[in-house]
Design a protein around this ligand. Structure first.
Ligand code: FAD
Length: 469
């Protein structure tokens, strides 16, 4: 049945896994769909860490939404940020790129806006410890990680050099573990022959987490396997430790015994915790619905908000039966929302509750090492890595991205090459801190101790302090 001008209007907020799968499902329904996203792309978040460590380009994990939706004639994409909702008037308000506000009327609203990084009440840490949720985050991390090796290479003071060669990661869930493994791998393999004054393999990677073990959600067996593999890679694990301060020079950490220790580090990356975006609070206010501790919207088993059968919540933004924030939940909830609206727009009732089919999860540790948990199947090592490869190729969006990723993995895994890392002097960590760290925040004001450029030093003095190449 084709959509006509008097067809029902469906507005989807967010073009991640949930929003995209809902739009695709609705492409066969007699409805007019408007998908609004503040990014022009659909992002494959599970491979962000490969983008931030130079293996994949951003284009391989971010596909233009206009391109993905070009054949769905009843779907329009709008680049805008949704800021508010009028549940009684059935409209959402959005801000377009030039700042003007625009309203979209709807008969059905699908909320698929995902979540953002949580700093557990310390948002000021974000300036010194970027999280990893968006392409911008991945590129920022890439510049900081590769930039840190350059800073170390041009530092004359051994303490400063060692600080730049120290990487702190906060959070030992899949993203923290994947990033930790990648930083050690690029230090010991890709960069090992590229520098003349530092030994990249000396880079320390410290992984902190308040829990007892890395990848705790994968169960004790895989968690122990991951801990063993990380230690073999040279990652230093600090479990049962909470970061209590983060600044330009490092972190302060409280261990399980309550002792406070300071760790000097040039790079701090934050992968612990998520929270709902501000839009969730606006929706809760407009609809009277409840939010969970992370601010996600608590919905019913048909994904609708209580008292609002026309508003469905999907993906990471949704709080239902403690379902995890993973891509598979997002895809399945998006498809469910699309299916329900399709049935109802054809005059049929749809009263099946949403049921999640758990297909398992995977986490990458290093080349040839990954863990997979799928029902009773729990395995790691090389078989886990092969499974990881297979799953990720299958889920990447578009055959071009799949072919490109395979080629990049071939060069990274077989030849140790990471070519996606172009940056200039303006992108070096000291410059970034000057631009990005809020001057209003006294605690973060300090500029890095070593800001003088190497060329400011007399040449003989510089050479005297350098280790032999
Ligand atoms: C680094 C990382 C690694 C991960 N690894 C895995 C993994 O290995 N396996 C797995 O299953 N899951 C993984 N996940 C989780 C998985 O990616 C998420 O569960 C999934 O992306 C959630 O999909 P979503 O559509 O709900 O939200 P998202 O994919 O976050 O999409 C939300 C969209 O909404 C848009 N948006 C947000 N607010 C607004 C607004 N106000 N107006 C307009 N647009 C807005 C955003 O731009 C975005 O495009 C990972 C996540 C991250 C961050």
């Amino acid at each position: 049945m084709a959509a006509t001008s008097d067809s029902r209007r469906v507005v989807i907020v967010g073009g991640g896994f949930a929003g995209l799968f809902a739009a695709r499902r609705l492409a066969r329904a007699p409805v007019q769909v408007t998908l609004i996203d503040r990014s022009e792309h659909h992002l494959f978040q599970p491979l962000l860490y490969q983008c931030s460590t130079g293996i994949l380009s951003e284009g391989k994990i971010a596909s233009p939404l206009r391109d993905l939706l070009r054949k769905r004639k009843n779907v329009e994409f709008v680049l805008a940020e949704v800021t508010g909702i009028d549940a009684a008037g059935r409209t959402v308000t959005a801000r377009r790129p030039l700042g003007e506000e625009i309203e979209f009327g709807y008969d059905y609203l699908i909320l698929a806006a995902g979540v953002q990084q949580s700093y557990f009440g310390h948002d000021e840490y974000a300036a010194v410890a970027p999280g990893m949720k968006t392409i911008e985050d991945a590129l920022k991390i890439r510049r900081r990680v590769f930039g840190a090796f350059e800073m170390a290479e041009s530092a004359d003071d051994p303490a400063e050099r060692s600080r730049w060669l120290t990487f702190v990661l906060v959070g030992a869930g899949p993203t923290g573990v994947e990033l930790a493994g990648q930083v050690r791998e690029l230090a010991t393999k890709t960069l090992s022959r590229e520098y003349r004054h530092i030994q990249p393999k000396d880079a320390r990677v410290l992984l902190f987490d308040g829990g007892k073990a890395p990848l705790a959600a994968f169960g004790p067996k895989l968690s122990a396997l991951a801990a063993r593999d990380l230690k073999r890679l040279g990652v230093e694990l600090y479990m049962g430790c909470l970061v209590t301060e983060a600044d330009l020079h490092g972190v302060q950490v409280k261990d399980h015994a309550g002792n406070l220790t300071r760790y000097e580090a040039g790079t701090i990356l934050w992968t612990a915790g998520v929270q709902a975006p501000p839009l969730a609070a606006a929706v809760a206010q407009a609809t009277g619905c409840q939010q969970d501790r992370a601010g996600r919207l608590i919905c019913g088993k048909d994904l609708s908000l209580p008292g609002h059968p026309d508003i469905l919540v999907t993906g990471d933004l949704m709080s239902l039966d403690k379902l995890p924030g993973v891509a598979e939940v997002a895809m399945q909830t998006g498809m469910y929302a699309g299916r329900r609206i399709t049935h109802e727009s054809q005059g049929q009732t749809y009263d099946k509750p949403f049921k999640y089919h758990d297909l398992g999860s995977a986490a990458y540790i290093s080349r040839g090492r990954a863990v997979i948990s799928a029902g009773k199947l729990n395995f790691g090592g090389f078989p886990g890595w092969c499974g990881w490869l297979f799953i990720h190729i299958g889920f990447l969006t578009g055959w071009r991205n799949r072919a490109g990723a395979l080629l990049s993995w071939w060069t990274a895994f077989v030849r140790d090459l990471r070519r996606e890392r172009a940056f200039t002097m303006d992108d070096l960590p000291v410059k970034l801190y000057e631009r990005e760290v809020e001057p209003a925040d006294g605690g973060l004001r300090a500029v890095p101790r070593q800001t003088a450029s190497a060329t400011d030093q007399p040449e003989a003095a510089r050479q005297a302090r350098r280790p032999a190449p």
